[in-house]
Design a protein around this ligand. Structure first.
Ligand SMILES: [Fe+2]
Length: 536
């Protein structure tokens, strides 16, 4: 779908802090179609196949559109429990001169290879713990419980790029280099060899300086800290900044981070990783998704870091408890840092994406969806200069039409409230997630448009474009079709921010269709987490 800029001058001012949760304000679902067919194992298509095109693809789109996501959910009699556990399947839509070919391949991770060799699950994943080898004697099986689990290299979350090389990533310390054309699996990369982190996010940022920036957790003995790495070159990664966790035994979970032209913000949210539980669950044979706990008694803490010096602000910026996975964008304006992100008010959602829940039908599926938290866009604003002369209890945000607030509440303490970055019209789409912007032009800078998925179902069922200045919304939704995260591809020589196309793979449980009518058999396609465009 080619996006068209429409100017809308009207702006609705926001009410402040809202009595009803996002979930309560979104409509309840009734009669949702089953998506069970989309969370079953798929077959790979190693050799590119030609496709049937309906419509016309702009001639200037040349390159690969890559998707990654779980695509195999059992080995032998062993079945995974959680959607995130499925073995990574990479999809490539190669677009050239108006034609498209498609190929896909499972990532040959160590997890995939070991499981295949044994024809059972031998490597634990997020929601599935591998059982001890039944061939071992009872004592060996007992003691194997006390061994620390091996982190998985099943990198099913995203494609990322470091200095011209392509990798697939997840949230452990491993990534896998891949060939973006053949989708062949290359070497395993272990972050711990280069920086002292136990995990790194699957959502790095790319600076205009050519560097790739990422953030990781370090679970040390003397208290866990959060490290920030400037990955100018993966093999020469350096730490910009380390931030001690508020509770070393319960570091915060984070999935991505905020970056503007001069600042990085790490958001310490009340989703905690309970390290003591992790050790206990290993012994008890429970899966790791249960070590993530939502603690709404804790505030959200925003750690502001100067991207160039690594200096972390001494000011404690706090806000009410919230849950965020994906940031939209951040930029500096009028002495403030504006941060837009997709947020919910209930973080107990992540562990719910079990395969059992996703394969429900009828009323049970409606009930599951209606119990889920809805994520919607919010704007937080951090005043960058706060010192002893800053007056107490005055709103420090002076941006035009912005209703987010920041008030100094004590020495070195600032409390933030957010602006709802949407009109009520968005509520009917069940929230906004998987945000994308015209990244090359606008990342870290003032911007206007966000492209995203709406969640009127347990998986995204609409594509959205929103003007963050006017909150005007454009939506694409067709019953029974499930689009993946939209990726914005700017037109050559574009002069407007939204001059370009949005690419998304759209699938349905009966028939699978891809880019602009590309037809692929259902057995070949799976729901994908994230996409990436490689321009040629
Ligand atoms: Fe993500």
């Amino acid at each position: 779908c080619v996006c068209v800029c429409v100017c809308m001058r009207k702006r609705t001012l926001e009410k402040h802090q809202f009595a009803l949760s996002f979930t309560q304000r979104c409509p309840l679902a009734k009669g949702l179609v089953s998506i069970a067919a989309l969370v079953n194992s798929a077959e790979e298509t190693p050799q590119p196949v030609s496709t049937h095109i309906k419509g016309t693809i702009p001639s200037w789109i040349n390159g690969s559109f890559l998707r990654n996501g779980p695509g195999k959910f059992e080995f032998g009699k062993d079945k995974y429990s959680h959607w995130f556990d499925g073995m990574a399947m990479m999809h490539r839509f190669y677009v050239k001169d108006g034609d498209v070919t498609y190929n896909s391949s499972f990532l040959r991770s160590d997890s995939y290879t070991k499981n295949s060799e044994k024809d059972r699950i031998v490597v634990s994943e997020f929601g599935t713990i591998a059982m001890p080898d039944p061939c071992k004697n009872i004592f060996a099986r007992f003691f194997s419980r006390f061994k620390l689990p091996q982190a998985t290299d099943n990198a099913s979350v995203n494609f990322v790029k470091y200095k011209g090389d392509y990798f697939v990533s997840t949230e452990t310390n491993y990534m896998r280099r891949v060939d973006p054309d053949s989708l062949e699996t290359k070497e395993k990369v272990d972050w711990t060899q280069y920086v002292a982190v136990n995990s790194a996010t699957a959502h790095p940022h790319y600076g205009r300086d050519g560097a790739t920036y990422n953030m990781g957790n370090s679970y040390g003995k003397s208290g866990k800290s959060v490290c920030l790495s400037d990955v100018a070159d993966l093999y020469g990664a350096k730490v910009i900044c380390s931030i001690p966790a508020s509770e070393p035994r319960r570091p915060s979970y984070f999935h991505s981070f905020v970056m503007s032209e001069n600042y990085i913000v790490f958001i310490e949210q009340p989703i905690k990783l309970d390290m003591l539980k992790a050790m206990l669950y290993q012994v008890q044979g429970k899966s790791f998704n249960k070590i993530m706990t939502w603690d709404p008694k804790c505030d959200t803490i925003f750690h502001l870091v100067n991207r160039h010096t690594g200096e972390c602000s001494a000011v404690r910026y706090r806000g009410e408890p919230m849950f965020t996975l994906h940031q939209i964008n951040a930029y500096e304006e009028g002495g403030c840092l504006v941060m837009d992100m997709c947020c919910g008010d209930d973080g107990a959602v992540i562990g719910d994406f079990t395969l059992e829940n996703l394969r429900r039908g009828g009323e049970e599926l409606d009930k599951f969806y209606n119990s889920m938290c809805r994520n919607l866009p919010r704007r937080y604003v951090i005043p960058l200069t706060v010192d002893e002369d800053t007056p107490m209890d005055q709103n420090l945000v002076n941006l035009s039409l912005c209703t987010a607030t920041a008030k100094k509440t004590g020495p070195g303490e600032v409390y933030l409230t957010y602006e709802e970055l949407f009109n009520d019209e968005l509520l009917q789409y069940g929230g906004l997630e998987f945000p994308q912007i015209n990244y090359a032009e606008n990342n870290g800078r003032p911007y206007r448009y966000v492209y995203a998925c709406g969640f009127g179902h347990v998986f995204s069922d609409s594509l959205l474009k929103m003007d963050v200045r006017t909150k005007e919304l454009k939506a694409w939704r067709h019953h029974g079709l499930f689009p993946s995260e939209p990726v914005f591809v700017p037109a050559p020589n574009a002069t407007e921010e939204d001059d370009g196309v949005v690419m998304s793979v759209i699938i349905n449980p009966k028939e699978v269709s891809g880019v602009r009518g590309l037809h692929i058999k259902q057995q070949q396609c799976t729901l994908a987490f994230k996409g990436f465009c490689v321009y040629s």
